[in-house]
Design a protein around this ligand. Structure first.
Ligand code: ATP
Length: 311
């Protein structure tokens, strides 16, 4: 299967700020690819270059197997873009907003009306179709914003933080709708700084920070980079502990977090958790409790970027 979107070593600077620095990834049909990173990581700049709003300093974008630059209009016909900032006419109704975007995308009036009705139904907005958008909640506006990008049935959907600032129920509605798009074969690029969304929604995740792609893969693959199933949390009095000085410790374990009460370590290599446990209990310090778990995406993020996304 050839990717619907191929991004190759994309770069963009604003003065001295390298907003995007050699980022590469691909999104396949029927796949949700998550770009996960904190505010300022370069996600919006990346999307803006993919959809032709910004010209890259270097690198290339191919959509549907063809370079974007070769035929920008053809590439744009394949994609729908949902910007982070709402792009709606507040005085117009939900239906009028969708029809407007449908006409702009080149649909005839009848097709635009028909698809608007279908989309408002799928987005659970039919009963408010004729109401002015200014009377809508934040979550409803986000759904209208999403609908506006879908009138021309894009094969590639670019979503820039589509659930920012809305309540959990509205967020779930949007996420369910996006899962439905994936099931119908749409390729989705989804930027977020919410770990839970990346974990539960995205088939593959690219971890970005300071404009750079630090790692990518399925959640499982990213967890494997940190020792897969073998992440141990040791409770004890660790304030003065110096794991570096423990004989051979660093050959078998990597310290991920070190606080007064907790030491979180990943076992290196393919080793049996029972062997790891024996070694940990034989350390020259008193361990009060040990738990074994799979690393969370936050721990993966922390290890790769040195930053905690939950802060
Ligand atoms: P957010 O979700 O907060 O928008 P982001 O991951 O999308 O974050 P970008 O908006 O792409 O990040 O910003 C990347 C970097 O580029 C940041 O340091 C930002 O301050 C800078 N930046 C973005 N747009 C501009 C601009 N028009 N002029 C100057 N600097 C900019």
């Amino acid at each position: 299967m050839s990717p619907l979107l191929q991004v190759d070593r994309l770069s963009k600077s604003y003065g001295a700020v390298r907003a995007v620095d050699g980022v590469s990834f691909a999104v396949n049909p029927g796949e949700i690819y998550g770009l996960l990173g904190p505010n300022g990581a370069g996600k919006t700049t990346t999307i803006s270059m993919i959809c032709g709003l910004l010209r890259p300093d270097a690198g290339s974008v191919a959509v549907g197997g063809r370079p974007f630059a070769a035929d920008p209009q053809a590439a744009k016909r394949l994609m729908g873009v949902v910007p982070q900032d709402l792009a709606l006419y507040e005085e117009l109704s939900a239906a009028e907003n969708l029809i407007f975007w449908g006409r702009l995308a080149g649909l005839d009036a009848k097709t635009a009306r028909l698809r608007t009705a279908e989309l408002l139904e799928a987005l659970s907005l039919s009963d408010r179709a004729k109401d002015a958008v200014k009377t809508f909640s934040g979550g409803m506006k986000r759904r209208v914003n999403l609908g506006c990008a879908l009138l021309h049935r894009p094969q590639l959907l670019l979503l820039d933080e589509p659930t920012v600032g809305i309540d959990p129920q509205a967020r779930l509605n949007i996420i369910e709708f996006i899962r439905g798009l994936r099931a119908s074969g749409t390729a989705v690029l989804y930027t977020t700084h919410y770990l839970e969304e990346a974990e539960s929604l995205c088939d593959r995740i690219g971890i970005v920070d300071h404009g750079r792609m630090h790692a990518e893969g399925t959640l499982r693959e990213l967890q494997e980079r940190l020792g897969g199933d073998r992440l141990f949390t040791l409770e004890g009095a660790w304030a003065g502990a110096q794991p570096d000085t423990w004989p051979r410790f660093h050959e078998h374990f990597r310290v991920l977090q070190h606080s007064e009460r907790q030491l979180v370590v990943a076992a290196l290599g393919e080793r049996d958790p029972a062997d790891c446990l024996r070694e940990l209990l034989a350390l020259p310090v008193q361990v009060e409790n040990v738990t074994l778990k799979r690393p969370s995406l936050n721990e993966v993020f922390l290890q790769l970027t040195g930053r905690d996304l939950r802060e």
